[in-house]
Design a protein around this ligand. Structure first.
Ligand SMILES: Nc1ncnc2c1ncn2[C@@H]1O[C@H](COP(=O)(O)OP(=O)(O)O)[C@@H](O)[C@H]1O
Ligand SMILES: [Mg+2]
Length: 244
């Protein structure tokens, strides 16, 4: 079975320890969220998992057949149009027209309109850029998707919509997701498992499983679960939440 296995991982920038003894397994069809305060090492952990940084202590074994990532800043190529950006990951392996058609169809699914297809990134709103960013990540139908706070700058409506795309692609294509967020409610809505990462150094303090089916997690469920989390002293301490 495909899985991502992180074992006894330590990581340093210079002499500063950023990550300490990280252990977890992401199985096929799972969504795992890593939540924690800013500066806690979440992005560093994701980059290590995605192979964008070299592991120096411990190990990361990834047996997923394919992967893709989307970061908080959309990182689109400014000299390419919406459709050209989206088709980028599949252009080498496909005939141009086929790649173009696929990019158009996924763009429409992601709520972009035909009149936007030939626009350049400078002419797009933040929300549209994120749609392009997502469409580009999902066009390859990756088995494993790395997401680094992709929704944090978005308004609540678009956030919901893109969260639903993540859930849909996890149902439809069996995409597994390693999802980074500092939004506890977002994590509760999307994840099978939530890892709580504290900072200085980044260390997994707790792991929570959420077994309620995702299509049954309405607002009421999410609010109740969030309250349950916030009653946990470790969560309060990790986020340095002030409780009167
Ligand atoms: N390239 C780098 N060189 C040195 N320090 C870095 C580098 N990237 C990140 N850091 C530091 O590592 C720590 C964790 O950063 P990061 O992984 O971005 O945290 P998070 O994503 O949780 O906000 C921070 O203190 C940050 O300043
Ligand atoms: Mg980060």
């Amino acid at each position: 079975m495909e899985r991502l296995e992180v074992s006894e991982l330590n990581f340093y920038f210079g002499f500063t320890q950023i990550l300490k003894d990280i252990n977890f397994v992401l199985n096929s069809n799972e969504i795992i969220s890593i939540v924690g305060p800013s500066g806690g090492g979440k992005t560093t952990l994701l980059k290590l998992c995605a192979g964008l940084l070299d592991v120096t202590e411990g190990s990361i074994k990834n047996s997923f057949g394919s992967s893709a990532f989307a970061f908080q800043d959309a990182r689109l190529l400014p000299w390419k149009t919406v459709i050209e950006n989206i088709m980028l990951p599949i252009i080498a392996k496909n005939d141009y027209n086929k790649a173009y058609d696929e990019a158009c169809s996924i763009a429409l699914r992601f709520g972009l309109e035909a009149k936007d297809f030939t626009k350049y990134p400078k002419d797009l709103s933040g929300g549209m850029k994120q749609r392009v960013n997502f469409a580009r990540a999902l066009i390859t139908k990756p088995k494993l998707l790395f997401l680094d706070e992709p929704f944090s700058a978005l308004d609540i409506g678009l956030k919901r919509e893109l969260q639903d795309f993540v859930l849909d692609s996890s149902y439809e294509s069996g995409t597994s997701v390693l999802f980074i967020t500092h939004d506890l409610m977002e994590a509760i809505r999307l994840s099978d498992k939530i890892l709580l990462l504290k900072s200085d150094p980044g260390e997994i303090l707790k792991s929570y499983e959420i077994t309620t089916p995702k299509n049954q997690r309405d607002d009421e469920f999410v609010f109740a679960k969030t309250k349950e989390f916030l009653d946990d002293r470790d969560v309060i301490n990790t986020f340095e939440i002030k409780v009167r």
